[in-house]
Ligand binder design. Structure first.
Ligand code: FE2
Length: 363
């Protein structure tokens, strides 16, 4: 086992840069069941932006918006639409993580520094990954506040979540021919290894295709699938993403539930829209996946997909895109041993995505 030069404790937070963080926060709170945790903005002495911190289980989202035109968040929102700016990782030492990554070729964006308030100190740094996306390194071992210095706690009330527990994986879309470059980046700068890959033969439909490789850290806590478009008869969904996002970026965030049937029921009740799964999909699922703890009738009713690999099975479902541009969406996943990503579902899923794409006239 090689020396793990980049130990990662887990996901710290995902920050989205959006056009209207106040309304986005309402959506993630009321539709996705997140609980407001902290806020920074003019009322807390921050003059140029507003940031809302929301949490559910171990998942933490930060939604930020610019208050003036001449601001990097405003420019980002114009160029990309609402999207993920930062996949922040919790590390034991944010200075060492930065030093190791930059020494191995990563581009440094925020030099290691410490922010402090009466609750303690947080050590931060950040490097660049694909597109304009960042990986912040966060060491909050000596911090007891609601989120970070500069933020004030928000009264959360007694709001119930929908059972989302943790982030399972974050997927990036990169340009044609660039997937291996980013695979090598995560190998070199993070010491990650490739856990699995899908070829366009696995993931092709009549119209479009993609290639995907999944990178994971030494402890298997962090999983970064990287997609690139592959040749298809028509425009691939990855190309559609790249066109509308204006380059590479985060395609989807998968969040794990311990009770996907209950979680998806709650999300649908709250108005979250999911991709439709064709009824025909369920005809051969029991045969393909075998015995599961859940009732296949519930999966069919809610549109949940099922797949099995050598280690067990998994259940998953994908939302429609979360903003007007056909870019970021979410996945809910429940694993019963399976360590894969539902490649048996890829074809069924992509056919469903392409029906949406056709409705937008982009196929
Ligand atoms: Fe996924």
């Amino acid at each position: 086992m090689p020396d793990d030069f980049m130990p990662i404790d887990g996901w710290d937070h995902v920050e989205l840069w959006v056009g209207n963080a106040k309304q986005a926060a309402y959506y993630y709170e009321h539709a996705f069941g997140f609980r407001p945790v902290a806020y920074a903005g003019p009322e807390t002495g921050v003059r140029d932006r507003s940031s809302y911190v929301l949490a559910q289980g171990d998942i933490r989202f930060v939604l930020s918006t610019a208050l003036r035109e001449d601001h990097e968040i405003a420019r980002h929102a114009v160029r990309h639409g609402d999207g993920v700016k930062d996949i922040a990782l919790a590390v034991p030492d944010a200075t060492e993580a930065y030093r190791q990554a930059v020494q191995r070729g990563a581009r440094g964006v925020v030099e290691p520094h410490v922010v402090e308030d009466e609750f303690g100190r947080v050590e931060l740094s950040a490097i660049a990954t694909y597109g304009e996306t960042l990986h912040s390194f966060v060491n909050r071992a000596d911090y007891a506040g609601p989120y970070m210095p500069g933020y004030r706690a928000v009264e959360a009330g007694s709001r119930e979540g929908v059972g989302l527990v943790t982030i399972d994986h974050c997927v990036g879309n990169v340009e044609l021919g660039r997937m291996n470059q980013w695979v090598e980046f995560y190998e070199r700068s993070f010491g990650m290894t490739e856990m699995i890959h899908f070829s366009d033969e696995d993931i092709s439909t009549e119209y479009s295709a993609l290639m995907s490789k999944v990178m994971t850290d030494g402890q298997g806590k962090i999983k970064f699938p990287i997609n690139e478009p592959a040749e298809g008869k028509r425009k691939s969904q990855i190309e559609e993403y790249l066109e509308f996002y204006g380059g590479p970026g985060v395609q989807h965030i998968a969040m794990a539930s311990g009770d996907i049937v209950g979680t998806v029921e709650a999300l649908q009740r709250r108005g979250v829209l999911f991709l439709n799964t064709p009824d025909a999909y369920y005809e051969d699922v029991p045969e393909r996946v075998g015995e599961i703890d859940e009732d296949y009738a519930d999966l069919r009713r809610l549109g949940i997909l099922a797949d099995r690999d050598d280690d067990g099975y998994l259940l998953q479902i994908f939302t429609k895109t979360a903003q007007d541009r056909p870019t970021l969406f979410f996945e809910v996943i429940e694993r019963h041993g399976a360590r894969g990503f539902g490649d048996g579902n890829f074809k069924a899923l992509f056919e469903a995505i392409e029906r949406e794409q056709a409705l937008r006239g982009n196929l």
